[in-house]
Every structure is written in structure tokens, then in C-alpha cells.
Ligand binder design. Structure first.
Ligand SMILES: [Zn+2]
Ligand SMILES: [Zn+2]
Length: 306
């Protein structure tokens, strides 16, 4: 005899199902590498910028060249972006900021744009607003754009620690080593059981290892040069010295043991990507991949690359 399912049983089952769907959704994050490049103008690798979608919110880490175009390509309305976090104030990490800020305003952003970053972020936002005063006047005079949403709400990080905690999403800023650029931060993003770490620009950093331990996904910068180019080129040697070589990256990944490591901010001189991955894999056996613009990674119980 088939047991009959009463309406109340059915409702209970439905609610249990909803609970599991909701719980799974709360932890899940989706990463889109918007730009994986450097100051070098490149059609393949736009300036550094990473989008993380969590719990219906859109968080952007660094705002490099072409950010707005990549967002559009990723199918994300610019007006949805509420929060941008800067790792440091090198121009390649902020050159796409004005575009996103103003273009999202033109496209009816209905909330202020929040900008969080190291000391200097406040001055940056004030000076950008001054630089674009004429545009504010033109557009508010002739259109119905809301001038309340023009100012950037800037906040400076004064020490490492939690800088955002809302709706189950926690963002922690930690210091990295991009000397002489001080301070420079990396970010750890936690949602339930899942976690993502973004290195920002840094050379080997013990502090990054401390904060990245146990993260599901580690998005890390990399730099490498052909040894012949490097020899006798003190300028290039200096540039490489405040970034992370593949050999250093292998040490970092071995110490932090992420489910997967993905390279971004790919800064290469006379050396190809294959050689960078090979050099990393010489002393790291885990999952390491070369990131590319518009690469998507689902971060749930498993990592899904697509
Ligand atoms: Zn950079
Ligand atoms: Zn930098």
C-alpha cells in the first residue's frame, strides 16, 4: 500500500528543502576575474580587478583598466556594484575607478558607491570628485540623475582586521609586502564555510600565509622574467623584487594548501605562462592554474571552474 502524503507532510518537506537550498546558497560565492593584467596595456589582460558575488551582493577588489567593460561582458549591471576594495594605490589598481563610478551613476545607480582602501583613499576620492565637478553639473542640470549618489563614500583602513561584516559575509584586510608601497593589503572573504583570499600585489609574505591558511581559493599575483633579461637590469630586478616569483608562489601555496590557487596580475618579461606554471609545479603538487579575464570560479563545497 502506498503511504499517502498529507498536505502538512508535503509542506514540511517543502520547508526542509527550502532550508537546505537557502543554507547552500548562503555559503556559495562566485568569482569572476575581471582583469588579470598589470600596468601593461593588453587586450587580453585588462587591469587588475576581481568580482565576488555573495548572497546577492557584488564586491569588487581593485579597479584596474577596463573594469566596466569586463563587468558588462560578465553580464553584471554596473549599477549593482556597491563596494570596491583597493589593495593599494598603484595606478594600475585604480585607473578603472572613475569609469565605473561615473558610468554606474549615469546608468541609474540608486545607492552611493563605497570605496575602502589604504590611507590615501579618502584624498583619492575627494580629488576625483573635484576633477569631475563639471560633469556633475552638466548631468544634474539636464537629466534627472540624483546628485546624492555622485559622492564616493570612502573609508580608509587604519589597521588590519575585519572591515566588512554583513549578511553572513565577512571581509578581512591583512598587510602584505609590496615594499616600498606601504601599506598594501590583501583580502580574505568568508561566507559561511567558504573562503577566498586575494593577495593584491606582494612579494613572499608570511602574513599572507597566516591569513590564507585553509582558504578554499587563493588568487595570487605572479611575476617572472627571463634570466638573461634580468641579469644586469637593475630596474627589472627591482620590479620583480616586490612581486612574487613562481618559486615563491609554490612555497606560499604549499604552506597555505588552498583547494586551488589561481594566478592573476600576471607580470611576465620574456617568459611564457607555461614556464610559470611549470616552475610553480616543480615544488607544489596541488591545483594551480593561470587565471584569465572573465574566468569564473564557483566556490561552494567544491570549486567549479567555468
Ligand atoms: Zn599592480
Ligand atoms: Zn603594485
Amino acid at each position: 500500500m502506498t503511504p499517502k502524503l498529507s498536505l502538512s507532510h508535503f509542506l514540511k518537506l517543502f520547508l526542509i528543502l527550502l532550508f537546505f537550498i537557502d543554507t547552500a546558497h548562503a555559503d556559495y560565492m562566485e568569482v569572476t576575474l575581471l582583469g588579470t593584467g598589470t600596468p601593461k596595456p593588453s587586450i587580453d589582460r585588462f587591469g587588475p580587478s576581481t568580482l565576488i558575488e555573495a548572497n546577492g551582493r557584488y564586491f569588487i577588489f581593485d579597479s584596474g583598466r577596463g573594469l566596466s567593460i569586463r563587468l558588462q561582458q560578465a553580464g553584471v549591471a554596473l549599477s549593482k556594484v556597491e563596494n570596491i576594495f583597493l589593495t593599494h594605490l598603484h595606478s594600475d589598481h585604480i585607473s578603472g575607478l572613475s569609469d565605473l563610478w561615473l558610468t554606474s551613476w549615469i546608468w541609474q545607480r540608486q545607492h552611493p558607491l563605497r570605496l575602502t582602501g589604504p590611507v590615501g583613499t579618502l584624498a583619492l576620492s575627494q580629488h576625483l570628485e573635484l576633477a569631475h565637478q563639471a560633469d556633475l553639473l552638466y548631468r544634474t542640470k539636464n537629466t534627472n540623475l540624483n546628485s546624492d549618489f555622485f559622492p564616493i563614500l570612502a573609508k580608509e583602513i587604519v589597521s588590519e582586521g575585519i572591515i566588512y561584516q554583513h549578511d553572513g559575509i565577512k571581509i578581512t584586510a591583512f598587510l602584505v609586502n609590496h615594499y616600498p608601497v606601504e601599506p598594501a593589503y590583501g583580502y580574505r572573504i568568508d561566507s559561511g564555510e567558504q573562503s577566498i583570499v586575494i593577495s593584491g600585489d606582494t612579494t613572499f609574505s608570511k602574513n599572507l600565509i597566516k591569513y590564507a591558511k585553509g582558504a578554499d581559493l587563493l588568487i595570487h599575483e605572479v611575476a617572472a622574467a627571463n634570466s638573461e633579461l634580468l641579469a644586469g637590469n637593475s630596474r627589472l630586478q627591482k620590479v620583480i623584487s616586490y612581486h612574487t616569483t613562481p618559486e615563491q608562489a609554490a612555497q606560499i601555496f604549499s604552506a597555505t594548501e588552498p583547494k586551488a590557487a589561481v594566478f592573476n596580475h600576471v607580470l611576465l618579461f620574456g617568459i611564457n605562462e607555461r614556464a610559470v606554471l611549470d616552475a610553480t609545479r616543480e615544488s607544489f603538487n596541488g591545483d594551480v592554474r593561470m587565471g584569465y579575464d572573465l574566468m569564473k570560479i564557483g566556490v561552494g563545497d567544491e570549486l567549479i571552474f567555468y
